[in-house]
Design a protein around this ligand. Structure first.
Ligand code: SF4
Length: 105
């Protein structure tokens, strides 16, 4: 009685396939993280937007402090600043550096 390797071979093929999904902005991506953007106005609901699929020092000191405090517990190994002060009605585009972006032919 031989060993049936077919299910294992199929699993390897499935895991190696790239799955592409169309999204309008980062908020629809599984790598996206939104955290509150601190302001003195308690009615404001602005957010920082982060990408968990990349890692880079933020472009300003406040954002970098936020980034390091989010990474501090060690659960988030990667974190890259996408945008600061994003409000619900903003149209924040997917950045050109997005590591998951697939160029359409
Ligand atoms: S930059 Fe790309 S990978 Fe990162 S959250 Fe946005 S869409 Fe997702």
């Amino acid at each position: 009685m031989g060993l049936n390797l077919t299910p294992y071979i199929l699993m390897i093929i499935i895991f190696k396939m790239k799955i592409g999904i169309d999204i309008k902005n980062c908020s629809e991506c599984p790598h996206h993280l939104a955290t509150p953007y601190p302001t003195s106005d308690s009615f404001e609901r602005a957010e920082y937007w982060w990408c968990k699929a990349d890692n880079e020092v933020a472009p300003n000191l406040d954002a970098e402090k936020q980034r390091l405090s989010l990474k501090e517990n060690g659960i988030l190994l990667n974190l890259k600043y996408i945008a600061g002060y994003v409000e619900w009605h903003d149209e924040t585009p997917i950045p050109a550096w997005c590591p998951c972006k697939i160029k359409k032919k």
